[in-house]
Ligand binder design. Structure first.
Ligand SMILES: [Zn+2]
Length: 322
């Protein structure tokens, strides 16, 4: 299985358009000892020919252009020049930064999208723009999955990719654009998921971009993974509150703790560095990193602490093979 990290930042990217935090200011000034990043996006393939997206980020158009594997291939003479190696997508939640990219895939390309029934309903019943993906039968095929039940990833024509997927509930939070009355019609356990993708040979990728807490059941699941891409959104629980109170402008979610936003912080007691230190099997990589996170600074003590603990910090364009 080949895994491409097309984007490694949290929602908003790095730098974020309306953010003047020290990290974003420095990266714009060209003085930041670290890299800019696009919004989180992972693609997986069993054969390096047919690809599945994990989520669909708002930066997807540029991310596809930056990855030659995802470019359309030349079609036989006399046929339409439309093609994509992207067979479909698996959605872990209904966040804007995780689903907006579907709209960028609208140019009449057949795709299969896997989602829980609740997320499928949010996108197709509440957001009329997604009808652009269903202008003819067979354009976008929605396939609902149940959590904690393994399913095969197939393209829109039903061809099996060889990859299997398993999703399990991590959080009960729906995005802020979904009203309380709507939420009462949806299943809480279908709101926010972790994804396990298994290769034909049984190797396992765990993709966990939004983890509100780490319990024993999750630890047990993660110990079965060969590669872990884990929630690196915030360094500390009060990161956004402190930046806000310093008078600097930040975006969505300012004033909330990391845990209130559904993200266990990297540092501190009960943080992911400490709680996941006991994992022996997986290679451990932080993804979905918010622009305010000090571990983005490659010259700083937080970056060093993470690296010394055996973790890597994902960058756009990384390719990993399992
Ligand atoms: Zn910032």
């Amino acid at each position: 299985m080949r895994i491409k990290i097309l984007g490694s930042a949290a929602g908003g990217g790095f730098p974020q358009w309306n953010c003047a935090c020290p990290n974003c200011r420095a990266v714009r000034a060209g003085t930041f000892p670290g890299k800019a990043r696009t919004q989180a996006q992972v693609a997986v393939s069993a054969d390096s020919y047919s690809w599945f997206l994990l989520g669909a980020s708002p930066d997807l158009r540029a991310q596809i252009e930056a990855a030659p594997e995802l470019h359309p291939r030349e079609q036989p003479v006399g046929t339409a020049p439309r093609h994509s190696p992207i067979s479909g997508a698996v959605l872990a939640n209904a966040d804007v930064d995780h689903t907006l990219g579907l709209l960028l895939l609208r140019e009449l390309q057949p795709l299969r999208v896997y989602a829980t029934h609740s997320i499928h309903r949010i996108l197709t019943e509440d957001n009329s723009m997604y009808a652009m993906l269903q202008r003819f039968p067979g354009q976008l095929t929605w396939t609902d999955f149940k959590t904690e039940t393994t399913f095969h990833l197939e393209d829109s024509a039903g061809r099996n990719s060889g990859l299997r997927c398993l999703a399990f509930p991590l959080g009960t939070h729906y995005p802020a654009y979904i009203s309380q009355s709507r939420q009462s019609q949806l299943h809480q356990r279908e709101a926010s998921l972790g994804l396990i993708v298994e290769s034909p040979s049984g190797k396992r990728l765990a993709y966990m971009p939004a983890v509100p807490q780490i319990d024993d059941a999750l630890l047990k699941e993660l110990e079965t993974a060969d590669l872990l891409l884990f929630d690196g959104t915030f360094w500390s629980d009060d990161e956004l509150i402190r930046i806000q109170s310093s008078g600097e402008s930040v975006g969505e979610g300012s004033g909330q703790t990391a845990r209130q936003m559904g993200h266990v912080p990297v540092s501190s007691g009960e943080g992911s560095l400490e709680k996941l230190a006991q994992l022996r099997r997986p290679r451990k990589i932080y993804v979905h990193i918010n622009n305010t996170n000090p571990m983005l600074n490659e010259a700083g003590p937080e970056h060093r602490q993470v690296r010394e603990a055996g973790w890597e910090i994902a960058e756009d364009g990384w390719q990993l093979d399992l």
